[in-house]
Design a protein around this ligand. Structure first.
Ligand code: FES
Ligand code: FES
Length: 169
């Protein structure tokens, strides 16, 4: 008869060594415990820090749902190992507040540019990167910037209208 399977074989962490490091997230330095430095930043943000603005979509860097900013640049956090992040992270939660939303957040509400909402984190974070570099982009420039952000609900027209509206706020 086979022996008992040790708990460690079943994915428990009883023998794992957890390393503690820190990240700068939304203006605060926060401690993070990870057992693998290759852990995707997205997992740390969602599972450890409970920041659920960034979403898990494809997990392959292809849909944009997981986008966050690192030092102001849009980054796909599902394919970014935590150990590679040295700069300041901003998530959708840090972009604006309910009382003082980012112009993009306000414009997406005004244009009702959300259906299921799954892609919207990526649409806003990618657009925020664009507007920081180019405050008055043309419609074509917006479409080019968002060409690799996927929306399965087909709300692209409203999303582009929302970004244009945000340039006027
Ligand atoms: S979940 Fe990261 S790009 Fe799709
Ligand atoms: S609003 Fe549903 S995926 Fe874009």
């Amino acid at each position: 008869m086979a022996g008992r399977i040790p708990l460690s074989e079943l994915g428990t962490q009883e023998n794992a060594t957890m390393a503690t490091t820190s990240l700068s997230v939304n203006g605060k330095t926060v401690p993070v415990a990870v057992d693998d430095p290759d852990t995707p930043l997205l997992y740390v943000l969602r599972n450890e820090l409970r920041l659920h603005g960034p979403r898990f979509g494809c997990g392959l860097g292809q849909c944009g749902a997981c986008t966050v900013h690192v030092d102001g640049a849009a980054v796909r956090s599902c394919v970014t190992p935590m150990s590679a992040v040295k700069g300041k992270i901003v998530t959708l939660e840090g972009l604006g507040k309910n009382a003082e939303p980012h112009p993009l957040q306000a414009a997406f509400v005004e244009e009702q540019a959300v259906q299921c909402g799954y892609c919207i984190n990526g649409m806003i974070m990618q657009s925020a990167d664009l507007l920081a570099r180019n405050p008055k982009p043309s419609e074509d420039e917006i479409k080019t910037e968002l060409a690799n952000n996927l929306c399965r609900c087909g709300t692209h027209l409203r999303i582009v209208r929302a970004v244009i509206r945000a340039t006027r706020i």
